[in-house]
Design a protein around this ligand. Sequence first.
Ligand SMILES: Cc1ncc(COP(=O)(O)O)c(C=O)c1O
Length: 305
Amino acid sequence: MTNVFFGSTGLEANEAAIKLARKFGHDRGIERPEIVVYEKAFHGRSIATLSATGNEKVQKGFGPLVEGFIRVPLNDIDALRKATDGNRNVVAVFFETIQGEGGINQMRADYLQKVRELCDAKNWLLMIDEVQCGMGRTGKWFAHQWAGIVPDVMPLAKGLGSGVPIGAVVAGPKAAHIFQPGNHGTTFGGNPLAMRAGVETLRIMEEDGLLENASRVGAHLRGTLARELGALKGVVEIRGQGLMIGVELDRNCGVLTQRAADAGLLISVTADTVIRLLPPLIVTEKQADDIVAILAPLVKGFLAE
Ligand SMILES: Cc1ncc(COP(=O)(O)O)c(C=O)c1O
């Protein structure tokens, strides 16, 4: 059985996931449940999701934060084992498959598979925040599918409503029965407009082959960026999957956001040094070339300053 709870934002979906994990613990007699979260993670700006977020700049000024989170580095299974060793309060592991705000940092497939095994062995919930990397962005419906794993709890939002506010948390068989009537809800959750927008989004994505488009145009865009910028001194790495792409420079490059906007291109710079590209899933190869035609000279000029 699968259950879906609807809200209006990503942070709300993540709040629901955190509540699910805590109740999962309480139902098993764990009074002070703890959730494993990651360095550089971003889960939202409400108090609990801010506490789960691994960025002190975002948290600054809003303490005291919510307790009950254990923080570990990405892609380090030994660190995860060590941080949780002998701790009977752990109830869940919670992460983004590809960290967006944190700088397009990817969880490796072998790491994801080991975390899935660990969650099964320890009876923890595997909770994957697909708010940014999900809904076709990487070329599969959900980014974790590239690793062939299935989470127990999956928050979604952003692309799910094509611009209409919608959030959802999907709870698989291990988590579907945790919330009882009244445990969770919100006035606009499941409203007809948002539900229709969600259903139409799924239909159009399928009919127009947007997953395939994200894979194909994403590979083209990454390849073109690599050719134009990959060998430059000052470019650390070009990485990502599908249409979720990061160009990491060796210095703070926040000024590029405005320069790109002035040149007609909307980009963002995350984690100070990573140019993040999240073009719409309908982007064409020609438009991808236009992106590079604007961005590459800007980056070259910036690095030469
Ligand atoms: C991975 C992730 N989770 C949660 C959120 C929060 O979503 P919202 O802004 O809809 O609250 C974001 C927003 O950027 C996000 O990238």
